[in-house]
Design a protein around this ligand. Sequence first.
Ligand SMILES: [Zn+2]
Length: 378
Amino acid sequence: MNLASAPSSPPASAGLVGACFSPDYPTARAKFLLAAARARARVDVFCNDTAPGPDGGMLTTDVAVLGPEDSGHALLVVSATHGPEGFVGSAAQIALLDALAAGAQTPAVRIVLVHAINPWGFAHISRTTENNVDLNRNFIDWSAGPPSNPPYAELHPMLCPPQWTPQALASANASREAWLERNGHGAYVDVTSRGQYTHPDGMNYGGVGREWSNLTLEKIVARHLAGVKKIALIDWHTGLGERGEPFFLCFNERGGPGWQRACDWWGRANVESSGGFGGAQRPNYTGLLFHGVQRFAGQAAVTGAVIEFGTLPMDEMRMALQADRYLKFGGELPAAQRAAMKEQLLDAFAPFSPDWQRSALGHAIRIQQRAIDGLGAW
Ligand SMILES: [Zn+2]
């Protein structure tokens, strides 16, 4: 049976949502470490020595490892690749730890939970890292140099208005809509999403080299996935797809064995759905975390996906991303306006609606379990 033929995942209970979701990064971290202790996980802590938290404190990526150390199969679950998208990923990881703590048997495969791979973005409520880098565009092969995305330069000023006033936003948006009219929705989605490496203050910026989070993930793979031959990867995200529902972006070769395996685990209709881009094709993403894991894990086979939970319509997501960027590079704003823009970001990436959280967590628990079951049979 796969998810396509199964009844839809039941929503998580309000109690489970309360136990697993957190209102901020420090609470999420504390809950994760407590849950890891209850599950008797081995814990590894990586301190980000390049950028502090909002209160000046240390930021960390925390790793919980369970299951047999000699297992050749491992589930790798990553949260907060895109900062505030980590609220749901953290909740999913905590739910798995709590289920393992409550169960009598230890898992048959190794389980590696990476909490807050981009802790700066999680703590500061920003999709990017401390350097305005979209971490999920940073895992290119830097020795080959960054890929080009020439049309982005034209769109940059239309996406990054110089002021945050109704007039400036309307003017930038009119230019953007004229670009869309000339070039089409498909080109727009690709150019604005695939990653760009030329505008450090722009959107979907891939950086100039490997970010702290990128280097840290390599250390995590080396320490905790050594000897593993088969890896199931789940990278939790939000912002694409129908509200509260999962949307799968499998990055195995389409039609190849990894792709088929993902279809077996999570349902072909789910894995092959293309509904998340408003009718456009999937962008030609570069520098994905998935590619990083493939490279770091050497000979191991990786089957996996970015799994999103839908939140708001695409236009509102774009406005949230513009707000995220303006808060870093724009002019002075009154404190109340900055706070309202942070709320806009949370609505877009981590809705605190109980219905959304119950739906997303219910799906996430089932998706993680399907990956563990699938690994056992791989
Ligand atoms: Zn994301």
